[in-house]
Design a protein around this ligand. Structure first.
Ligand code: NAD
Ligand code: WQD
Length: 352
């Protein structure tokens, strides 16, 4: 059994729920703080069921300092993995204040509460978007952050900068900035996965909903990019690999300072390659039509993942077919996401 507990903010969400499961399976005690603005408690019920272990769930907001102080008072927290935030790029353009409030103010409030509680180990969910549109591929951690093109990206960059400044101001802090590329996939049981509200913004959830008959047709944004088939290229990685990357990063935290890692496969795949692979694995047609480019999209980027491999001993192990087979199993078994099975029990759940 590991020492102390891990606080997982946003632990009911897509990446947070998979990471919570991996933490429980690795023997950690986990406290999840989530306000459920984009998640269902059902995910946490299933996490506990799969792990055969229980966690502590607190329904609360990272911007609520009193809630955080109470949490740190009541639990011996060893480290914090901070997923909680808003993540829709388009929505961030329409509602910048909400994004800066949750993503920036929320992260700063959390750090203030940690500082007061004497907890200095922090893992932050950052994004490849911080490299900006002018960075050459593959992206490397030695490159500086670039300009951002939407409030979501800016909020990630602002938090990264704040954490760097914090670490430089106080040698007790140990912070991992994990820059995710494009997480897809689901737990192999088909019981946990990504459950977007409304029309999916991201490619894979959209394709999966077309395959299962919830949507008629995929719109492919742009076929005139300077890539092999004219569609955008991204570095898709399995959410279980990503979840394991967080456990690896925890192992780095005894070292004070700031530790920046790309979490990606190092391989770029085009939109059409993803469509073809999904059709092959699901044995369902994915009708699609081309439309103009989506504003803000970059033609192609992928990670140089070697630093994480060398320093964390982590690399993405699961290939494209596994990512898609797991996405498809989740979608088939839960055509309406967690909605189909909401467990209303409040046992073991506290609120603040
Ligand atoms: P998600 O929306 O599924 O999870 C975020 C969780 O945070 C949700 O459970 C939501 O209810 C919770 N939350 C939101 N605001 C909160 C608040 N004020 N207080 C407490 N809880 C709150 O998203 P995800 O895909 O799991 O992403 C997790 C993190 O990773 C986010 O910070 C996101 O920006 C970052 N990230 C995601 C991707 C991606 O493609 N999914 C890529 C790069 C970075
Ligand atoms: C992938 C490709 C689209 C939907 C975003 C955020 C990033 C990070 C991950 C997190 C692009 C194309 C998509 C559709 C399409 N976010 N596409 N039709 O844009 O690389 O990254 O998610 O928190 O910050 O920007 O991912 O899945 O939206 O798009 O053709 O219906 O699929 O144009 O080329 P993206 P995505």
């Amino acid at each position: 059994m590991q020492q102390g507990k891990i606080l997982v903010t946003g632990g009911a969400g897509y990446i947070g729920s998979h990471t919570t499961l991996v933490l429980l399976e690795a023997g950690y005690e986990v406290v999840v703080l989530d306000n459920l603005v984009n998640a269902s408690q059902e995910a946490l019920r299933r996490v506990q069921d799969i792990a055969g272990r229980s966690l502590t769930f607190i329904e609360g907001d990272i911007r609520n300092r009193a809630c955080l102080d109470q949490l740190f008072d009541e639990h011996d927290i060893h480290a914090v993995i901070h997923f909680a935030g808003l993540k829709a790029v388009g929505e961030s353009v329409a509602r910048p204040l909400a994004y800066y409030d949750t993503n920036v103010n929320g992260s700063l409030t959390l750090c203030q509460a940690m500082q007061q509680a004497g907890v200095f180990r922090f893992v932050f969910s950052s994004s490849a978007t911080v490299y900006g549109p002018d960075a050459p591929v593959p992206y490397r951690e030695t490159m500086s952050r670039g300009r951002t093109s939407n409030p979501y990206g800016t909020s990630k960059s602002m938090v990264e900068q704040s954490l760097e400044d914090l670490v430089h101001s106080d040698g007790r802090w140990s912070v991992a900035l994990l820059r995710y590329f494009n997480p897809i996939g689901a737990h192999p049981s088909g019981r946990l996965g990504e459950d977007p509200q409304g029309i999916p913004n991201n490619l894979l959830p959209f394709i999966a909903q077309v395959a299962v008959g919830r949507r008629q047709m995929l719109t492919v944004f742009g076929n005139d990019y300077a890539t092999e088939d004219g569609t955008c290229v991204r570095d898709y990685l399995h959410v279980m690999d990503l979840a394991e990357g967080h456990v690896s990063a925890l192992g780095r935290l005894p070292l004070p300072g700031i530790h920046v890692y790309n979490l990606g496969t190092g391989q770029g795949l085009s939109v059409l390659q993803m469509v073809e692979a999904f059709e092959r694995i699901s044995e369902r047609p994915i009708p699609y039509q081309f439309a103009p480019r989506r504003k803000g999209d970059l033609a192609a980027f992928w990670a140089d993942p070697h630093k994480a491999e060398q320093e964390l001993g982590w690399q993405a192990r699961r290939g494209l077919d596994e990512m898609i087979a797991d996405t498809w199993r989740w979608q088939r078994q839960n055509p309406r996401g967690y909605c189909s099975e909401i467990n209303t029990t409040t046992q073991g759940i506290s609120q603040c």
